[in-house]
Design a protein around this ligand. Structure first.
Ligand SMILES: [Zn+2]
Length: 344
C-alpha cells in the first residue's frame, strides 16, 4: 500500500517523504504539494490499513460493481476516501492550478488499532497546519463528522487458584467466575442516555474443562461523550475490586482517543463546506456525535479545525458486505477540490 501511494503521489509531482515504520508497523507517508512553501496549510489525513485479513479480496469480498454499489475490503473505510483526496489533487495538477494554502497528505499504517506509532506525527502535523480534512467514510446518506466520542480500552486480568474440578473443587478459586461478574458489572455501566458504552469484546481463560481456571483475561472498549465523563469512567474502571477476596484483579488501560465537540471553528469550517456542497448541488449535513473514533479525534482535540467523514458514502465498514456508493465519488471529489481551492 505504501509503495502504491508513494508511486501515485510522486507521479503527480508531490514531494514524498517516507518515514520507516517502527514496532513492526508499516511506513508512514508524508506527501506535500510542491507549492506553498513551509507555511501552515491543509492537512489531509488518510489511513491505508484495513481490518480485513489478507486474502479476503480473493474469496470473502472480491471487488465487484453491482448497480450503484462497489464492494471490496476496505473500500469504504477508507480506500475510496484516500482516492478522493488524491484525485482532487491530481485534478489541480492537470489544470496547472495551485491552491492558496499548501496541502500535506499524511497516510498512516495503523489507524484501525488506535494509531500507536503515528499519533505523534499526526499531532505534530496538525499543529503545523490551519485545517485538517479526514477522509474517513461518510455515513447515513453522505453526512460528515464534526464531533466524535472518545475511545478507551482496558485490559483485565484475573488470577484465581487452580484445582481439580472433581477431586478438589473446593480448593479452587475460579478466575472465569470472577471475570463473569466483572463483565456484567462493566456492561451495566453502559448508559445510552449519557452516551457511555462499554463492550467486553474479547475474553480468554481456563486450561481444561476439568480444571478450576486459574487465569482469565478480558479486553474492554469504552466510548465516552466528553472529557469529564472520560475521567470519571476511567477512574471507576481502574479502581475495580474483585468480588471474591481470594482472587486478584488487575486493570490496565485508559483513554486512547480523546472526545471532541463541534466548537465554533469546526462549525465555521462545516458551514463553509456546506455552502460549497450547495454550489455543487447537494446538501451537506453532519451526524450527531458518532461513537466511532478516528485520527480526527487527535487533531480536533488539539483545537485544529477538523472536518471528518469526507470520504465516499457507503455501508458496512469492517464487514463482509463493505461497499461504497459509486455515485458519491464525483460530488465528494468536487467538494474536496473546492475545499482545497477556497480554504485560506
Ligand atoms: Zn477508517
Amino acid at each position: 500500500m505504501a509503495d502504491r501511494v508513494q508511486h501515485d503521489m510522486a507521479s503527480i509531482g508531490a514531494h514524498v517523504e517516507r518515514i520507516p515504520g517502527v514496532d513492526g508497523w508499516g511506513d508512514i507517508l508524508k506527501t506535500r504539494t510542491p507549492w506553498g512553501g513551509d507555511g501552515p496549510g491543509i492537512l489531509v489525513l488518510s489511513h491505508i490499513d484495513t481490518v480485513h485479513p489478507i486474502g479476503s479480496i480473493e474469496d470473502i469480498l472480491p471487488v465487484r460493481h453491482e448497480e450503484d454499489r462497489v464492494y471490496g475490503p476496505g473500500i469504504y473505510d477508507m480506500k475510496a476516501g484516500a482516492y478522493i483526496a488524491y484525485h482532487a489533487y491530481r485534478h489541480l495538477v492537470r489544470m496547472g492550478a495551485e491552491t492558496p494554502l499548501p496541502i500535506t497528505f499524511l497516510y498512516v499504517p495503523e489507524e484501525e488499532v488506535g494509531s500507536p506509532t503515528s499519533r505523534e506525527i499526526i499531532e505534530r502535523e496538525a499543529l503545523a497546519n490551519k485545517y485538517v480534512l479526514v477522509t474517513e467514510p461518510a455515513r447515513d446518506g453522505g453526512k460528515i463528522v464534526t464531533s466524535r466520542k472518545g475511545v478507551a480500552d482496558f485490559h483485565l486480568t484475573v488470577k484465581g487458584r487452580p484445582a481439580h474440578a472433581g477431586a478438589r473443587h473446593e480448593d479452587g478459586r475460579s478466575a472465569i467466575r470472577e471475570m463473569a461478574r466483572q463483565i456484567l458489572r462493566l456492561e451495566e455501566m453502559t448508559d445510552y442516555a449519557t452516551g457511555v458504552t462499554l463492550n467486553v469484546g474479547m475474553i480468554e481463560g481456563g486450561t481444561g474443562i476439568n480444571v478450576v481456571p486459574a487465569e482469565c483475561t478480558a479486553q474492554v472498549d469504552m466510548r465516552v461523550p466528553n472529557e469529564a465523563t472520560a475521567n470519571e469512567m476511567c477512574e471507576r474502571i481502574l479502581a475495580l475490586e474483585p468480588f471474591d477476596p481470594d482472587v486478584e484483579l488487575e486493570v490496565t488501560g485508559g483513554m486512547n482517543r480523546p472526545a471532541y465537540d463541534k466548537d465554533e471553528n469546526i462549525a465555521a469550517l462545516f458551514d463553509h463546506a456546506k455552502s460549497l456542497a450547495k454550489e455543487i448541488g447537494f446538501e451537506l449535513q453532519d451526524v450527531v456525535k458518532t461513537g466511532g473514533g478516528s485520527d480526527g479525534n487527535f487533531t480536533a482535540a488539539l483545537g485544529i479545525p477538523t472536518l471528518d467523514g469526507l470520504g465516499a458514502d457507503g455501508y458496512g465498514a469492517h464487514s463482509d458486505y463493505e461497499h461504497i456508493y459509486y455515485s458519491s465519488l464525483e460530488p465528494r471529489t468536487r467538494l474536496m477540490l473546492l475545499l482545497f481551492q477556497t480554504l485560506k
